[in-house]
Design a protein around this ligand. Structure first.
Ligand code: NAP
Length: 339
């Protein structure tokens, strides 16, 4: 345990805030006892995997718990591989492990940063696959009772970048393990962007994995060289009527059907169309290859990022009448805040 620790190495945006204490936990038992002790002491607590989806807006006046638990168990039943994975396992390394074992189904989510335990919270998704497509169950520590509870996927209230862990269970659950159910008969999902080129070929899970890795590496900045937190905004969902009004005015606007009555807009398109690609406030900038990503270009402070994010929200709203929402979690002195 250390005191007043820099969080700079623990967030991919590279923000130089501190926390009062930082505890790294290596086993599920340690994770449980540490979180229960902090909860009972009413100490502000933040669970952190690899810090790839957080923006520290201030010094954190509490304890950060780094989840470093490990363990992947594989079982098989008829037609399926079943995986039970510790919360602290790295997401991308899990996919590599599965491919080595001949287990497919996760490859569209290659190179999504973060740990396995964080994946259900915002129901990570990329290139046509969302966590809820492959999740079997989520086990969490209920802080108020001290019990471990296993929720089957349908009870996790998974939705677009959302789950019960961001709603009713916010602040009261610590995810310890995630279960996956992956069909032995692989069905490739090739409808998104560059994957379409693999249709009508003898495609393998490794082909999909390689295609996703190449695309992401070409478009998205590597946090090791350029601080960032991935997509900074969710893709807004509007009604089909709103979309037809907008597309009359902006014929090249991108929209994808979302159920029967909604259309999902591409937030990156809106930001680029508002002329904001490359715009910089202080040390924070809109990435020149991908307008959806904000970067730490030049020793950005959290105020720079928040000012840039608010500027983007205001410009997009005044041009299109659509309000963007931040995707990363914004962490203030004692807990989460909004933009
Ligand atoms: P893109 O190809 O520039 O497309 C922009 C948006 O259009 C995407 O965000 C995607 O929405 C949507 N889209 C594209 N093809 C679609 C299709 N066939 N059907 C329905 N919707 C479609 O996307 P990008 O910004 O480079 O991102 C590629 C993928 O990586 C996306 O799925 C994106 O969500 C994902 N991604 C996720 C995170 C995260 O979870 N934090 C971070 C970075 C990128 P959706 O976002 O709804 O898929």
């Amino acid at each position: 345990m250390t005191h007043s620790v820099s969080l700079k190495p623990h967030n991919t945006f590279g923000l130089d805030h501190t926390c009062r204490e930082l505890i790294a936990v290596k086993t599920t038992g340690e994770l449980i006892s540490c979180c229960l002790a902090l909860y009972q002491a009413k100490e502000p607590m933040l669970l952190l995997g690899s810090g790839s989806n957080v923006i520290f807006c201030d010094d954190f006046e509490g304890t950060v718990v780094l989840v470093q638990t490990r363990g992947i168990e594989v079982a098989t039943i008829e037609g399926y591989h079943l995986l039970s994975v510790a919360a602290g396992e790295d997401w991308h390394e899990l996919i590599c492990f599965c491919l080595e074992q001949g287990i497919a189904g996760l490859e569209n989510l290659a190179l999504v940063p973060g740990k396995v335990g964080a994946a259900p919270i915002q129901n990570i998704g990329a290139y046509g696959v969302e966590l809820n497509d492959i999740c079997d169950w989520v086990e969490y520590l209920d802080l108020s009772s001290g019990r471990l509870i296993r929720l089957n996927a349908p009870d996790c209230q998974f939705a677009y970048r959302d789950s019960i862990f961001k709603q009713q269970l916010l602040g009261s659950a610590v995810i310890t393990q995630v279960g996956f159910k992956l069909a032995k008969a692989w069905q490739p999902k090739l409808d998104y962007g560059p994957l379409k080129a693999l249709k009508n070929t003898n495609v393998t899970p490794k082909n999909v994995f390689d295609c996703i890795c190449q695309t992401r590496m070409a478009k998205l900045p590597d946090p090791k060289t350029m601080g960032n937190a991935g997509s900074f905004f969710k893709n807004p969902v509007i009604t089909n009527e709103q979309f037809s009004v907008l597309v009359d005015k902006f014929p090249s606007m991108v929209g994808y059907p979302q159920g029967m009555i909604h259309t999902k807009l591409a937030a990156g398109w809106l930001i680029e169309a508002a002329g904001l690609k490359g715009v910089q406030i202080g040390g924070a900038a809109v990435h020149k290859n991908q307008a959806l990503v904000l970067i730490n270009k030049d020793d950005a402070t959290s105020d720079d990022i928040l000012a840039l994010a608010k500027h983007i929200v205001d410009c997009v709203e005044s041009l299109f009448g659509v309000k963007l929402e931040a995707e990363p979690r914004l962490i203030a002195a004692t807990g989460e805040r909004s933009l």
